[in-house]
Write a protein that binds this ligand. Sequence first.
Ligand code: ADP
Ligand code: MG
Length: 404
Amino acid sequence: MTSPSSSESSASFEGATSFEGAFDTAVVGRWAAPGRVNLIGEHTDYNDGFVLPLAIDRDTTITVGVRDDRLLRVASSFEAGVHEISLDDLDTTQMSGWSAYVFGIAWALQQKLGAQGTDAQGSDSQELTTAAGLDIWVDSDVPVGAGLSSSAAIECAVAVALTDLWHLDVTRPFLASVGQLAENDAVGAPTGIMDQSASLLGRADSAVFLDCRSLDAEVIDLGFSAASLELLVIDTRVEHAHATGGYVDRRVSCERGAREMGVSSLRDLDVDDLPRAAEVLDDETFRRVRHILTENRRVLDTVRTLREKGPGAIGALLDASHASMRDDFEISVPELDLAVATAQATGAVGARMTGGGFGGSAIALVPTTARDAVTAAVLAAFAAAGYREPTVFAVHAADGARRV
Ligand code: ADP
Ligand code: MG
């Protein structure tokens, strides 16, 4: 983190556990953005498909002070050190580590809004070229690396804060694309737009039904509380890394499948195309493609089932989604399979791994009355298998990013 424009200084940070401990400026406001869980629709986002995430009642909160120069300075309870960069010198090659999530948002806003301060919709009043620098303290109760998108939470908290402080006239879907650009180009993780959309557009007791091709988003009533259902997150504490390994490999498989099927994206295919895919594709690519096509179908079926029959009827779709990720897409791990199987066997309506895979969390939709029994059974099963103790907690669908 040492470079001419992005540097770390520990002097002012020693022992800092708050904004006041790290910075000298006066606080002008606080903004919060939630993590998310994806109810269903996994790895479909970068295939132009459908996803159904919900914002959760776990937030990243940023506290901001306005500076009289053009520096952005950031510190977090997550890791010691103050990082800084000049607004006149925002360059992704100077960004690394966690501060890239923050600086990347400022950079992506500049990229998308342009030097003239005009966005794609032609709105103006942007003040990017003269905006004041900021001191930003980051605090979070979104577990990091658990598949609950602490990354989108930090990006979206910063995005809504900069929008307010710099008087930008932009929409939330636009901010989601800003978050994605920051994560792709400043952080270097080739992720889709789902996480930011959930964090920005989420509503209490609702999910966000997102078409990742048109970017149309619709808030869908979940009705969990009325049905006395709760969503349990089982964080296996098996770490995953988005920028490397299996995630990238699965993207490549999907691109190959689309190319060999003669379409620009797997969204152009439906489950009816599976017999032809079985003839055209090698076995592994076929199974990757089958997961995407059936998962898109399951998202649509989940939305319809929620509307017509309510949340108690979506369990089989969640279970089928997990089986597809385990067997066809091969992104589960034994800890996730055990969490899901145990929840299913002890009264869950349905359960599946959630997030990119290779670790992270599973979700289980459980009757409130079965919550303690499912939790105890999962803990006991992990202990018996000799796995690290998982963290099990309930989440509730919550409102998206906001000023606090
Ligand atoms: P996930 O989004 O599933 O939690 P990611 O690997 O996508 O996992 O993002 C986690 C990274 O985001 C962390 O390693 C860190 O760089 C950054 N991050 C998340 N929350 C914070 C925070 N509160 N303070 C600083 N950095 C954070
Ligand atoms: Mg993430």
